[in-house]
Design a protein around this ligand. Structure first.
Ligand SMILES: Nc1ncnc2c1ncn2[C@@H]1O[C@H](COP(=O)(O)OP(=O)(O)OP(=O)(O)O)[C@@H](O)[C@H]1O
Length: 685
């Protein structure tokens, strides 16, 4: 049976069709939505002050007996009441404009309570347009008063009245979905109490208790939802890769032949992946690592493992440049194997595409590397066992699950991301994946030296860059993305390119790279830069994603104040990839504490995880994660930068419940399942 709480809000007295539309504009359709429209702040109006003790310019509650009322009509349609009250200490004036209701209630000697900002007029306390309580009037004083997000045509008191009606007339106990055993274990209050107290708290402590419960709910439901997706997707058994001694020694030999020794962190992640691939359960693993921590080689080992088992592997990169780069790296590392490796991107000619399609279908191609071109319907595999996506950018969980659903659910899936996010948060963004972390850099890397410099000092920075060029190195100069339009952005890059070619870098080999260039043109420029034929590459943020040119040693970022810290860290990671000491110069403009603080963080830390944690704290989750859907924007109270401990509690509880009862079929979890089905989609946006 449908609960009355699921009914639309127009069952509430006073909400007609017009008001209903106004509420709808706030996203409030049902009674439940209304209950979840939480106050954005509170005014503590519990205590009354004696008029003699009132500080001016403060917001106060006062009460006193009416001793006189003065009525003025300065204009047509304007009535001003000046009510004089006295409380045995002093008198005060309440100035009320155009309020016939109050006017009708005023009798000398009656006690009146008011809340407002106290001003001193002629030495006497005056509250202009105060909120007034008579004994029988809806309370505005003596309470903690909730202040709600509003919209045009809706007043705070209307919301208060509507919510009060719901709390008095309907049974909100039925909202509870966690049994008392769980609540006790988690030290959570009951949901109906949380809702009552978040709206009408008698004590500030009760707001805390209520918030704790409601924040927990948001984290818990999103998380258990993601976890259910994971369990739902892995119902079918997957491909079990052979894990015999022979296979193991083949992998060891492959690793042995790499031009470097794996770091401990890489070895650990390799173990995690090969263990997943050797099991029947389809792998769904995310590899997180700082820029340059060596994720690609991990992908190669996984691909090799699939290959020696006679299966095919597909690697999907976000851009053509990256796909090509991976392709070349794979060709190099696999040169002593017989693996057939192909590239498939948007710019592959129709003829070559047909050939690759054919080879994938008949099984003669072992490893295919490409862009989104790989998920076209025409691409059919002979015996695919491993899909690797190099995300670089964060995809929403939903997009990825779509991608998975469209493809082969039972194949092993490896996701690589170069956007380190705080460990505590990774499971929210990637809650549908198991997570491996490469938390160590290859040895011998010299940490990049970072400097922040005012824009006016750019010429000094360019001189330094020239010294590096003289040593045989190469330089990146990054122009900011101008938010309003990509065209402006390109125009700015063009202008910088023209100016620098004509002035400080006259006689040097400069090139420009931006997002709107044709794929082939971009590729040619990147090839020229990779092979050392260009000294200075001026680019928009295109290069943020994973380009590897070990000879480049200086990264100059223009208008660095416009970038997020994580993005700056990503950009910086384009240098320091080879044997040379590398530098990153942040050219910035503007003077404020916030900018300087950010520049300092970049100078002091080279750790992507730490930087992203700071970035999150400074910018808040909304901006940090951008506009992509991930469920976080839809939290009402939960804030991942503030509520880490509640988040951890929710996560631990999700793990506990899902380990015991992954399909949420047990009696005690049935209500959770119902709540999840109702609320998860809302949380996912
Ligand atoms: N264990 C290692 N020892 C030395 N060099 C390594 C090691 N692992 C990887 N490398 C080298 O480090 C460089 C960066 O590796 P890779 O491109 O895989 O990094 P990444 O983690 O994908 O970085 P990004 O996210 O920035 O693309 C490459 O030139 C690679 O050959």
């Amino acid at each position: 049976m449908k609960s009355r709480l699921d009914l639309e809000i127009d069952i509430i007295p006073g909400i007609g069709p017009k008001k209903k539309t106004v509420y709808n504009n706030l996203g409030i359709k049902t009674i439940k939505d209304l209950l979840m429209h939480y106050p954005m702040r509170y005014e503590d109006r519990r205590h009354f002050k004696k008029i003699a003790d009132v500080h001016f310019e403060e917001k106060v509650c006062i009460e006193g007996k009416i001793i006189s009322v003065d009525l003025k009509k300065p204009k047509k349609n304007m009535v001003i009441l000046r009510i004089c009250i006295y409380d045995n200490t002093q008198k005060a004036f309440l100035t009320v404009f155009n309020n016939p209701y109050i006017q009708s209630q005023l009798t000398i000697g009656r006690t009146i309570k008011a809340y407002g900002t106290a001003k001193r007029i002629n030495g006497i306390c005056n509250l202009s347009a105060p909120e007034i309580d008579f004994d029988n009037y809806s309370k505005k004083t003596g309470i903690i008063y909730p202040v709600y997000p509003l919209t045009r045509g809706l007043f705070n008191d209307e919301i208060i009245k509507s919510i009060k009606w719901v709390l008095q007339s309907l049974n909100i106990k039925e909202l509870e979905y966690l049994n008392s055993k769980y609540r006790q274990q988690l030290r959570l209050c009951e949901l109906d109490d949380a809702i009552k107290n978040i709206h009408f708290p008698k004590d500030p402590l009760l707001i805390k208790v209520a918030k704790f419960r409601l924040v927990f709910d948001e984290f818990f439901l999103l998380n258990i939802g993601l976890s259910s997706i994971k369990h739902g997707l892995v119902k079918e058994p997957g491909i079990k890769h052979e894990s015999s001694e022979e296979t193991k020694s083949k992998i060891e030999a492959f690793v042995e032949e790499l031009p470097f020794e794996l770091t401990k962190a890489q070895s650990k992640v390799m173990q995690e992946i090969t263990r997943d691939m050797a099991s029947h359960k389809p792998m769904q693993r995310l590899v997180q690592g700082d820029v340059g921590s060596g994720k690609t080689v991990i992908a190669m080992i996984a691909a090799y493992y699939a290959y020696i088992n006679g299966y095919q592997c597909a690697l999907m990169a976000p851009t053509e440049i990256l796909a090509k780069q991976h392709y070349n790296n794979f060709l190099d590392i696999f040169k002593n194997t017989n693996a057939e490796i192909r590239l498939l991107t948007g710019s592959t000619t129709a003829k070559n595409k047909r050939i690759v399609y054919e080879e994938l279908l008949n099984g003669s191609c072992d490893i295919v590397i490409g862009t989104h071109a790989l998920i076209e319907d025409k691409v059919k595999f002979n015996n695919l066992s491993l899909v690797i996506t190099d995300e670089q950018h964060r995809f929403g969980v939903r997009q990825r699950s779509k991608l998975l659903l469209k493809n082969h659910l039972t194949v092993d899936m490896l996701v690589m991301t170069a956007t380190p996010i705080p460990r505590t948060l990774a499971f929210i963004l990637h809650g549908d994946l198991d997570i491996s972390v490469i938390d160590q850099m290859p040895s011998g890397r010299k940490p990049i030296k970072t400097f922040a410099s005012k824009k006016q000092e750019a010429n000094k920075v360019y001189d330094f860059a020239k010294q590096e060029i003289a040593l045989g190195r190469q330089i990146y100069i990054v122009c900011p993305l101008i938010e309003e339009s990509e065209n402006l952005d390109i125009q700015a890059a063009n202008e910088l390119f023209e100016t620098l070619s004509e002035s400080v870098f006259k006689g040097y080999k400069l090139a420009l790279l931006h997002g709107k260039m044709k794929a082939q043109e971009k590729q040619e420029i990147m090839d020229a830069f990779s092979s050392g034929r260009i000294d200075v590459l001026i680019s928009t943020t295109v290069i943020e994603v994973g380009v590897n040119v070990p000879n480049s040693s200086v990264m100059i970022i223009q208008d660095a104040q416009r970038f997020g810290l994580s993005q700056l860290h990503q950009l910086r990671g384009r240098v320091g990839r080879g044997e040379y000491q590398s530098y990153c110069v942040l050219l910035y403009e503007g003077k404020n504490k916030y900018i300087e603080q950010r520049m300092k963080i970049m100078q002091n830390s080279n750790d992507g995880f730490e930087i992203s944690q700071k970035d999150l704290e400074l910018r808040g989750p909304g901006e940090y994660f951008g506009t992509r859907q991930h469920g976080l924007d839809n939290f009402k109270l939960a804030d991942i930068s503030k509520h880490i401990s509640i988040l951890n509690l929710a996560k631990a509880f999700v793990d506990e419940v899902m380990n015991e009862d992954p399909e949420l079929k047990n009696e005690e979890n049935k209500a959770i399942k119902i709540e999840l089905d109702k609320r998860f989609n809302k949380l996912m946006g």
